[in-house]
Design a protein around this ligand. Structure first.
Ligand code: GLU
Length: 293
C-alpha cells in the first residue's frame, strides 16, 4: 500500500475587506483540521481582484488571523516550497491552464454581457458569492467551431463548457453527499475575464492542485463553486482534493455575515478589546450547525 498522503490544508482569504467572525470561524475549522491531522496549513492570498484589492486589507488579514491564534506553515509572509503564495504572482500558471483548456476545446470566448445572460436566463438573479445566472446553452458557439487565439492580452471573457445534464456528486466531510446537475444548477462559467484576469474558479482549482492541497475547507456558500472547480480539475487531468464545507454564520436577523458587518470584523472586535481566546473558545464549544452569533 502506498503511504498515506500527508494532510495539506489551506486558508485562502481575499484581501477585499476586513475579515469578519464568519470567515474567522471557517479559518479556525481549517486550522484545527490541519493540526488534528498532523498536517500542514498553507495561507494563500487571493488577491486577483484588482478593483477591490487593497494592500492594507492584505496586511490586516494576516495580522488579524495571527491575533486570533492561527498559524500557518507556508504563506506569503513565511515562504515555503509551493510559493509564491499570492495569486497576483502566479499568473503564468493560470495562463498555462487556460491554454491547455483552449487546446482541449473546452473553453470558448464569450462576448455576451452580463445583462444578456441575466435577461436570457429568465430567473431572478439571487446574488451572493456562488450564484450567477445559468449561462444559456444557446449562447455557446458550436463545439466544432475553431477557437480564436488567446492573444497576449486577453480582452474577451472565456468560459468553460459544462457537460449539460450530467449529474455530479461529491462526498463532503461535513455536509455529506452533495449533488447537482451541470448545465441546470450552474452553466458555462468564466475562467478568464475580459480585463485579462483569471477567474476565481480557475485560479483556485489550479492553485489547490499545484500546492498539493488534500482538503479544502470553505464556507457552505461555495458548494456550487466546488462543483465548478471539480470540472476544472477534471478538464486539466488533476486530482480533486477532499472538501469540507462549513455552515455560515448569521447575524441576529438571520442574515449571512458579510464584509459590511463592520462591527463583527476581527479588526473592530480587536480594537474594542475582545479576547481572542474567548472567540475561539466559542468556535470550539459550538457545533457546526448554522448558528447565530
Ligand atoms: N478567496 C475566496 C474567498 O475568500 C476563497 C474561497 C475558497 O475557500 O475557495 O471567498
Amino acid at each position: 500500500m502506498p503511504p498515506p498522503t500527508p494532510y495539506r490544508g489551506r486558508l485562502a482569504p481575499s484581501p477585499t475587506g476586513y475579515l469578519h467572525l464568519g470567515h474567522a470561524r471557517t479559518f479556525w475549522v481549517a486550522f484545527r483540521r490541519a493540526r488534528q491531522a498532523g498536517g500542514r496549513l498553507i495561507l494563500r492570498s487571493e488577491d486577483l481582484d484588482a478593483e477591490r484589492f487593497r494592500l492594507d486589507f492584505a496586511d490586516a488579514m494576516l495580522e488579524d488571523l495571527r491575533w486570533l491564534g492561527l498559524s500557518w506553515d507556508e504563506g506569503p509572509d513565511v515562504g515555503g516550497l509551493f510559493g509564491p503564495y499570492r495569486q497576483s504572482e502566479r499568473r503564468g500558471l493560470y495562463r498555462q491552464a487556460l491554454e491547455s483548456l483552449r487546446g482541449l476545446g473546452l473553453v470558448y470566448p464569450c462576448t455576451r454581457t452580463r445583462r444578456d445572460v441575466i435577461e436570457a436566463a429568465g430567473a431572478p438573479h439571487e446574488g451572493g458569492a456562488d450564484e450567477e445566472p445559468v449561462y444559456p446553452a444557446k449562447f455557446r458557439p458550436d463545439p466544432g467551431a475553431p477557437l480564436p487565439p488567446l492573444g497576449e492580452k486577453i480582452s474577451v471573457n472565456w468560459r468553460l463548457r459544462v457537460p449539460d445534464g450530467e449529474p455530479m456528486s461529491f462526498s463532503d466531510g461535513f455536509l455529506g453527499t452533495q449533488g447537482c446537475v451541470a448545465g441546470r444548477d450552474f452553466g458555462d462559467f468564466l475562467v478568464w475575464r475580459k480585463d485579462d484576469t483569471p477567474s476565481y474558479q480557475l485560479a483556485c482549482a489550479v492553485d489547490d492542485a499545484a500546492m498539493g492541497v488534500t482538503e479544502v475547507v470553505r464556507g457552505a456558500d461555495l458548494v456550487k463553486s466546488t462543483f465548478r472547480q471539480i470540472l476544472v480539475y477534471r478538464a486539466l487531468g488533476l486530482a480533486a482534493p477532499a472538501f469540507f464545507h462549513c455552515p455560515l454564520m448569521t447575524d441576529e436577523k438571520g442574515e449571512r455575515l458579510a464584509k459590511r458587518h463592520d462591527a463583527l470584523s476581527l479588526r473592530a472586535m480587536r480594537s474594542a478589546g475582545a479576547d481572542p481566546e474567548e472567540i475561539t473558545a466559542r468556535f470550539e464549544s459550538g457545533d457546526l450547525r448554522p448558528g447565530r452569533i
